[in-house]
Structure formats: C-alpha cells, structure tokens
Design a protein around this ligand. Sequence first.
Ligand code: PEP
Ligand code: MG
Length: 327
Amino acid sequence: EQKKLQRLKFSPTQTLCGHKIALCANIELPEDARAAVDAGAVGVGLFRTEFLFMNQKGGLPEEEEQFAAYRQAVELMGGLPVTIRTIDVGADKPLDAMSGDGYETAPNPALGLRAIRWSLSEPQMFLTQLRAILRASAYGQVRILVPMLAHAQEIDQTLDLIHEAKRQLDEAGLTYDPGVRIGAMIEIPAAAIALPLFLKRLDFLSIGTNDLIQYTLAIDRADNSVAHLYDPLHPAVLHLIAFTLREAKRVGVPVSICGEMAGDPQLTRLLLGMGLTEFSMHPSQLLEVKQEILRADLRALEKPVADVLAAFEPGELQAALKRVAEV
Ligand code: PEP
Ligand code: MG
C-alpha cells in the first residue's frame, strides 16, 4: 500500500473529472521544506514561524537570524510559493518573552493577547519579523499570512506596518519583492461571517480549521475533558467553511484550508465537494489525500455534499456523509 502511494508522487493532482487541485505542505522549521518537496507539494501553504521563537531562551531572534531561516525555506522550495505566517503565539503556544506582560495570569489565554493581537501590541518586534520575511521574498515566491484577525482595524494596522517595513528596507537599500501577497487566516467565526472585510483588503485567505472549530464550538482545543465535543463535522463549522469557500470563489480571492481537516483523507471528498481547490497539510498526509482526490468525481459529489450542508440532525448528517463517502 505504501509503495502504491509512493507511485502517486509524480502524477499530477487532479480529480477523476479533470479538475486541478493544489496540495501544499505545512512546515514548522525551514528544513521541513525538504519533506515538503519530497512529498510532491507544490508549495508551502503554512510556515508556522512561532517555532523559531519558542525555543529561544531570553529574547526573540534577531532580524538576521529570522531572515536566514525564511530564506532557507524559500530556497529549499526552489521557486515554489512559500506562505510565511507571522508569529502566532499564545494559548497553546506560549513564549518565554511574553512573561512579564501578565500573560500567564491572563484569565483566558485563548481569548487573550495572542497571535496578531500580540504582534500589534509589540510593533518593533513585529516590524523586525516583517522586514525579515520581506527580505526573504527577494529569493523566491513569498506570501505573508496573518493569524487570528477579526477586526477591520487589525487588518488595516497590519497592512500599514507591512508598508512601513517596506519603507524601512527601501531606506536601508535592501531588496524585496514589492508585489508580495498578503493574506489572512480565517479562524475566528467573526472573520468568516464578516468575510467582505477580508475579501476587500487581502490577496488570499487560508482557513485555520483547528482554531475555527475551537472558537465556533467554545471548546478549548488543548483541554482533554472536552475533547469529545471538538467536532469538525458540527453543522455550524461546516457552514462557516462552506460560506468562506463560496464567497471567496465568487469574488476571485484564492482560498485554502491549512488546518488539520485538510490533511484528513476521510474529509477530502467533502471538502472537494464544498469547492476547495487548495489544501495545505503535514507532508506525511499528502499522498493519502492525493489518492482520494484522484478518485473523486466532483459532479457526483454535488448532490450528497449539498445534502450534508442541508442536514442539521445528527442522523441525517451521518446518512449524507455516508453517501459522500460512497459516490
Ligand atoms: C489552525 O488554527 O487551523 C491552524 C492551521 O493554525 P494553528 O494550528 O497553528 O493554530
Ligand atoms: Mg490557528
């Protein structure tokens, strides 16, 4: 079976009916890009940069160190797009340097000063990261992805800071790709529901289902005592995903999914039927998902997937999901 999967590596990723699908990789360290290329990924859909920050005793990595890490990932991908997410710390990913901000005593870290909220509260730190990412864009195809946005003002402040980082690089005579594209994670229900704010301001979107599920269902993703209620197939979650895919597609803004759902082969048909054309996942999942894509017929999926989205009662939903798996 493993051998059979390996053979899929070199075939193009498309559905049985001929629709091209992009499979990208999630990476956490620059050298993970090797595994991404090995698995046949057509890009990095999510580079979780917080891992560069988390293993640092005393302080944050300097601009040069960050630049070297981002550049390494970009060069390893050899011209394929690399989506670099700005630091996403807090809650399940605490940072030594955050102590002293009263962070440990925050009443609810998952709802607190984390991810882009923390970056906007530390503009010098954020500008350092943005300059490092922009400088790496001179070596390949870089896209900037911003986590945990919900408010128009947060998007605008972020775009202003990116503009400022570019100005600083111009002043220093350092090169970058002036057309670098900027996107948002859709991982707070408010962002999905108020999607026009994002579609108007950004170049692309990536749905972070891990947090979208957590915040939609009010289930702490790190709390085992409620893990049985963490349900990717809750109708509310499916509706937020379907709405985001549909609206982004309608106005021509590229959208991918980079949460765990994208790497679960049991959900591949459902996501394809909901209109997903770009998946990003751990490299080890890529061939199994690809196998599902090669066998999928989008026309045949239309009706059963519509039935899934029309179902609210658990029994109905299960029956519709079964039909999706069987077509
Ligand atoms: C997500 O929330 O789905 C996601 C991809 O980001 P992370 O798991 O790093 O929060
Ligand atoms: Mg997230």
